[in-house]
Design a protein around this ligand. Structure first.
Ligand code: SAH
Length: 260
C-alpha cells in the first residue's frame, strides 16, 4: 500500500463503481485525453480500457510518476510536473477531454486560471470532468439570488456550461477525506459576452462579493469613483446586494471598467 502524502492532497479513489461512473460520463474512444493528478492510476486504467487516441497524464509526485511508468509503460505519456506550471496548449494540437481528481484547492485554482488566462480565445478542451469539495461545487453551479452565488459562479458560468453529475462519499476514497465530493462537467459555451481582459471580471466580482451582505454602493463607488453615467447606463440599483446581479451585469461592469 502506498503512503498517501497529505501535502499533495492524496486521496485515492478506490470505489470501482464510482470510477466506472466517472469514466462513463463521456465518450473516450478515439479522443485525446488529459488526466491531471492520476495518482496510482485508478482512473487511468479505466480510461485506457475505453481506447482513447492518446492519454496524457500530469503528476507532480516523483514516486507516483515512477509507479505510473512501470504500470503503464508506453501506453500513456507522463508529464512529471505541477499542473499549475504546465502550459496546457503545448501538450497537443488536439482538443482535449480532461479528467481530474486533484486536491480540491488546486481544482479551484486551475479552473480560475484556465478561464482567466484564456480571455476571448477558444478553449483548448472539449470538456472538463473535475472533482470538487461538494461545498465548492455548489458555489460553482449556484445561480443569481442564491446564497452560494459568488465570484466562482460568475467566472465559471460566464464561459462554461456546467452540470453536476453526482456526489461522492468519503468512504469511496483512501484515505477518507473529511468532506463530501461532487463531480462537475464543464463544456465551453458557444456564445458569451466579450471582455478585453478576463482579469477585470475577476477583479469586479472579487471586490463586489467581498461584503456579500452589504449594498453594492460601496464597491461600485470604490471601483468607479461614483460615476453616475455608468450607473444610469447599466440601470444599476446601488441598494442591491452582490448576489442580485446577473452574469451579464457583471460582464457589462467589467467592460465599463476597462473603458474608464
Ligand atoms: N486521481 C487519483 C489520485 C487522486 S489524489 C485517484 O483518483 O485515485 C490527487 C493526485 O494529484 C495525487 O496523485 C497528487 O500527487 C496529485 N497532485 C497534487 N497536486 C498536484 C499538482 N499541483 N499538479 C499535478 N498533480 C498534483
Amino acid at each position: 500500500m502506498i503512503k498517501a502524502k497529505k501535502s499533495l492532497g492524496q486521496n485515492f479513489l478506490e470505489d470501482r463503481n464510482i470510477i466506472k461512473k466517472i469514466i462513463d460520463t463521456t465518450v473516450i474512444r478515439d479522443e485525446t485525453i488529459l488526466e491531471i493528478g492520476p495518482g496510482t492510476g485508478n482512473l487511468t486504467e479505466y480510461i485506457l480500457k475505453k481506447n482513447p487516441k492518446e492519454l496524457f497524464v500530469i503528476e507532480k509526485d516523483n514516486n507516483l510518476t515512477l509507479i505510473l511508468e512501470q504500470k503503464f509503460k508506453d501506453k500513456i505519456k507522463i508529464i512529471n510536473d505541477d499542473i499549475l506550471k504546465v502550459n496546457e496548449k503545448e501538450i497537443t494540437k488536439d482538443k482535449l477531454i480532461v479528467f481530474g481528481n486533484l486536491p480540491y484547492n488546486i481544482s479551484t485554482e486551475i479552473l480560475c486560471k484556465w478561464i482567466i488566462n484564456l480571455n476571448n480565445e477558444l478553449f483548448w478542451f472539449k470538456s472538463l470532468i473535475l472533482m470538487f469539495q461538494k461545498e465548492v461545487a455548489d458555489r460553482i453551479i449556484s445561480k443569481m439570488n442564491s446564497s452560494h452565488y459568488g465570484r466562482l459562479s460568475v467566472l465559471a458560468n460566464w464561459r462554461l456550461r456546467i452540470e453536476k453529475v453526482f456526489d461522492i462519499k468519503p468512504s469511496c476514497f483512501y484515505p477518507k477525506p473529511k468532506v463530501d465530493s461532487s463531480l462537475l462537467i464543464f463544456k465551453p459555451k458557444k456564445s458569451f459576452l466579450k471582455i478585453k481582459d478576463a482579469k477585470n471580471l475577476e477583479k469586479i466580482t472579487r471586490v463586489f462579493f467581498n461584503h456579500r451582505r452589504k449594498m453594492i454602493k460601496k464597491p461600485y463607488n470604490f471601483l468607479f469613483d461614483g460615476n453616475q453615467r455608468i450607473q444610469e447606463k447599466l440601470n444599476l440599483d446601488l441598494s442591491l446586494r452582490p448576489q442580485n446581479l446577473n452574469i451579464e451585469t457583471y460582464c457589462n461592469l467589467a467592460k465599463e471598467y476597462e473603458n474608464l
